[in-house]
Design a protein. Structure first.
Length: 182
């Protein structure tokens, strides 16, 4: 979740932090995952891609202020690591896809709406070797068949208490430690 800096002020990557804190509740899946440190500071595309390195899944949280940079990163990751599964979510990902996957053919999956449950189900399906056709709230580009599949939208959460705080679950602790030294 790449953000703008305002002087020495940096915004924490809250949206990806909340995804991780939701996943952390499910220890069976959480234990199978290895998260790289969150990238939230803007930098050059090549430097950011080097920081990302070779990963199985790259998730990008898209806002109006970082969308173009995210697309440049996704394109470069696809070039360097063609087997990486590249997913996008956030408010800048359109609900009405139109030609979205044609304009951005290096993307694999688009999340629509709130992503906590969808992201959990997506990673669970991925870990179990299942396809994504039954997961509400996402669309995907099946690169083997060239089809774009749009799954039904997921209902909004009606109880926010099911999503733990990334501040209270320790998800941001490494960031706080880093800023103590700065």
């Amino acid at each position: 979740q790449l953000n703008n800096a305002y002087g020495k002020q940096q915004y924490l990557p809250y949206s990806v932090g909340i995804l991780a804190s939701y996943l952390k509740q499910f220890q069976d899946l959480w234990g199978q995952l290895e998260f790289r440190p969150f990238l939230y500071k803007r930098d050059g595309v090549n430097r950011l891609v080097e920081q990302i390195g070779e990963v199985d899944v790259l998730g990008l949280s898209c806002y109006i202020w970082n969308f173009r940079l995210n697309m440049a990163i996704a394109q470069e990751v696809r070039r360097r690591y063609p087997d990486c599964l590249i997913i996008v979510g956030g408010p800048h990902v359109p609900d009405r896809l139109g030609d979205f996957f044609e304009r951005y053919p290096f993307l694999d999956v688009a999340f629509h709406g709130e992503g906590e449950i969808t992201f959990y189900e997506f990673l669970k399906a991925l870990a179990e070797g299942h396809k994504f056709q039954n997961i509400q709230g996402l669309s995907y580009h099946d690169r083997q068949t060239s089809q774009v599949i749009r799954n039904p939208r997921r209902n909004r959460l009606d109880d926010l208490n099911v999503v733990p705080s990334p501040y209270l679950t320790g998800i941001f602790d490494h960031l706080f430690e880093h800023f103590k030294e700065v």
